[in-house]
Structures are given as C-alpha cells and as structure tokens.
Design a protein around this ligand. Structure first.
Ligand code: ZN
Length: 166
C-alpha cells in the first residue's frame, strides 16, 4: 500500500484549483481507495485529492456519515443547490491539524457528480454530511475553512498555528 502524505496549510498546493477528472481510470480508483484508507487512519470526516497532492476533483467522505457504511467517493462533485438557511458548527481539517472553529454553512445541499463506477451521482443531504460536502468541495476550489474566520480570529489563528508549525 502506498501511504499518502497529507498536505498541510499553508502549502500552496491547497490553493490551486483542482482539475476535473475526465476518465475513471484504475489509477483514479486506486487513489480513491488510498484516500479512504488515509482518511480513516487520520480519523478525518473527509478528504479531497489535493490534500494528498493530487490536483484532481475527487473527494472521499467518512463512512460513518452514511448509513450503509460504504465509503462515499465522488468525482467532479458540484453543489447544484443549497439552502439559504445556514448553521454554525465546529469544524476541523486534516490539512490544518489541531485547529477547530465554528463555521457557518448551508444546512442542506444538493450535490451532483460521478460515482467511482462512472455513474451519475446525485444526493440531497443535510447536517454533518452537507457540511462535509461543502468543506471538501471548497478544497477543490482552493478554499480552506479558516478562510471564513473573521479578521480578528484569522490573526489569532495565524499567530498560534504558524508558530506551532515551526
Ligand atoms: Zn479539510
């Protein structure tokens, strides 16, 4: 098994907009399996391919978020509709170790994409799953959750986090 390294903030790879996946190759399937394994090992709720240094639009979400216990793998995921109602909950990120903060997200989202079998994917979800989708799809667009912090909080975050990184 190839052990994937998780890229951490402020690595510029996290800021690059990921490219769409044009074909579900064996390589993509293998990558998604390794990502699920890596996410579970790190006890994360989700992982985007660019967090492991692959700038492609592919995300995996925690098994526990879904009832049937199957990994949720979505290629080229896109939020096509979202609830105007927002909820604030504590969030963390494997690329920003040991930092958690409250982030406002849409309560409900409708996500479309492609499954790992190359079929159309569509899911309406809310709660933790809706939050995880928004967080991971943000990654594909070069957005990290700390970007949503207020200027004061961002300042405090940078001071502490970057100091601890050294
Ligand atoms: Zn993240």
């Amino acid at each position: 098994m190839s052990f994937l390294e998780i890229i951490t903030y402020p690595n510029p790879i996290l800021r690059k907009i990921a490219e769409p996946v044009t074909d579900v190759t064996d390589e993509i399937k293998k990558l998604s399996e390794n990502m699920v394994e890596r996410m579970n090992l790190a006890h994360g709720a989700g992982l985007a391919a660019n967090q492991v240094g692959v700038s492609l639009r592919l995300i995996v979400l925690d098994l526990q978020l879904k009832k049937d216990n199957k990994p949720l793998i979505v290629i080229n995921p896109l939020i096509v509709d979202k609830d105007s109602e927002e909820v604030s909950e504590e969030e963390g990120c494997l690329s920003v170790p040991k930092y958690y903060d409250y982030i406002k997200r849409s309560k409900k989202v409708l996500v479309k994409g492609i499954t790992i079998d190359g079929k159309a994917f569509e899911m309406e979800c809310e709660g933790h799953l809706a939050r995880a989708f928004q967080h991971e799809i943000d990654h594909l667009n070069g957005i990290v959750f700390i970007d949503y912090l207020s200027p004061v909080k961002k300042h405090i975050f940078k001071k502490h986090y970057l100091k601890n990184e050294k």
